[in-house]
Design a protein around this ligand. Sequence first.
Ligand code: ADP
Length: 488
Amino acid sequence: MQITMVAAECAPIAKAGGLGDFVHGLARGLAARGRQVQVIVPRYDCLRLDCVSNLQPVGPELWVPYYDERIRCDVQCGQADGIRVILIGPSSAQGFFDRGVIYGEPDDLERFAFFSRALLEYLHRAGERPDVIHCNDWHTALVPVLVREVYTGLGVTRPRLCTTLHNLGYQGVAGASVLRQVGLDPERMMTPDRLLDPHQPTAVNLLKGGILYSDSVTTVSPSYAREILGTEVGMGLQETLRACEHKFAGVLNGIDYDTWNPQSDPKIARGFWVDSLPNKAVNKMELRRRLGLSEVRKPIAAVVSRLDQQKGMDLMVHAMRRVPMSGGQAVLLGAAQDPEIDARFRVLQGEMKGNPDCHLELGYDEELAHQIYAAADLVLIPSLYEPCGLTQMIAMRYGAVPVARRVGGLADTVFDANYGDKAFEERNGYLFDHYTQAGLDSALDRALWLWFRYPEYFRQLRINGMRTDHSWDRSVQQYLDLYDRIRR
Ligand code: ADP
């Protein structure tokens, strides 16, 4: 079976968050099971070319339709962390992928619509016939639409199409011109049963198109699947999803056990595992030195996150003040795309400057993220909503106990130390329900109390988390079953 994954991100070459980890982890898992798999991403100027080997041109000269013109693209293939990757780089005045960033440009819709058309044009011209094209989020949600509306008419054997929804907070809502750009007829496409946005009668909703035109639609956890079908967490797409319930499922993500392995992680000061937990303390000491925190007997509660509303920004700010007052140390590593949010955290960073028990690091830093997980006792994830969340799984693997809101994938992976019907060995964290400061405090205080009063139980909680299986194995099998089903 030949599987082509298409996405805006793929770790480690182009990663802004969990989407990059998903594409990387699933592609590697599929390859490990002997499937032919390749990943197609844009050739961003900020792409980590140092992580790609054997880079070479591939396919015939490629000219991609763009309104009434055509734009020439360079296509290269190479190997990144054992995965075959195809990089599509348009040469045009707009410099679609020469912006120094993956996202956040005013013309993001146009950029990724172009990429969607370009990758299909490449597959078509190069004579590649994947059995399955696996699309991800709104960036590539036009792919299933284009396959059925344009490319089947060109005589291509139709590949099966799977779309994974990583976050309904981003749907790709655009004006009709995006359809003309890729060669679709706005009159035909802008109807309630096709791409018309459920809220704005003059707008196109790309993600809705991906849902309707795919053979299978997945999201990244069973709880988030239920939430988006049945509540306003579906952000206007509930009805579309309910109409597609027969082909919709929640499959929990895994984490890549090679990237996230506390025993052999080259980014951390000292490797450790369940049988060598005291080594974790060396990482704690190193982190304190690096960040200028005092070296005293205190738990470290950390946040590693994008900084935006979804991630529970207000509660993070609250925690940065509350943890030091409760006898702990607070560390935050976060990057904000929104300048206002960035400014807010910079003020907080200034306020905490020189504080021996609190440190904020603003920006994206892969190495520091590993070091924080390795050092932390608690990792705070107070999300407003959370499709899956990888942070809690990474934290657990590194012996840090998650304190999380009971939503989406967090509810599927974090099991409360005090409440619930799980056996003690399966309990691995602390949960709270209400999105309020009091809600977060109710879980945080219980965690801190255990750390101070019953270190032996706390140690056991860490070990329970470390032993929980969050590998890709189970999820890869579920995706393979799903691909088999849609190919029948
Ligand atoms: P998201 O909604 O951002 O995809 P996930 O929890 O699914 O959230 O995945 C987040 C991933 O990005 C994790 O691997 C986490 O460690 C990483 N990450 C988030 N923010 C940062 C940052 N500022 N620096 C480094 N890594 C980060």
